[in-house]
Design a binder for this molecule. Structure first.
Ligand code: HEM
Length: 117
């Protein structure tokens, strides 16, 4: 199977991607209010582990997306905005298209656990 973990640049590449992604979200007035009280270093560490795990890297990840997000009132529009911010981050980091599509499909599959209204 294609090793998308390597196409993301391994742990260092995923860390750079998540830094760019969180910067995009922080600058995105459509959704940044959701993160006003969030511990950003903890969020980044969790997202690096999640993407590393999802793309076949040597990282443990077992957080429950429904439990984490169920009280946030995340809308479909907010979910779509966040996905756009990830696409922009992947373009910025020049992640190959097939690898981008693989991660986007995995994020899209989580939508029913995250969008609650
Ligand atoms: C597939 C898409 C998403 C994934 C993979 C994801 C992943 C995560 C993860 C792993 C955490 C835990 C971070 C931690 O424990 O520190 C988290 C927390 C959080 N997520 Fe998401 N998330 C997604 C979509 C969204 C959306 C669309 C929003 C709102 C626009 C959102 C808002 C938040 C907030 C505010 C927190 C922080 C909770 C806190 O401060 O305790 N997430 N997310």
């Amino acid at each position: 199977a294609t090793n998308y973990y390597q196409e993301f640049g391994g742990k260092a590449g995923i860390t750079a991607l998540i830094n760019q992604f969180v910067a995009n979200v922080a600058a995105d007035k459509r959704i940044n209010f959701y993160f006003a009280h969030t511990n950003i270093p903890a969020l980044k560490a969790a997202l690096v582990a999640q993407v590393c795990n999802a793309e076949g890297g040597p990282c443990a990840f077992d957080m429950n997306m429904r439990t984490i997000h169920e009280h946030m009132g995340v809308t479909q529009n907010a979910f779509n905005a966040l996905a756009e911010d990830m696409i922009r981050a992947m373009d910025h980091e020049q992640i190959p298209t097939a690898a981008q599509n693989n991660l986007l499909a995995k994020l899209a599959a989580m939508e029913p656990q995250i969008v609650t209204r």
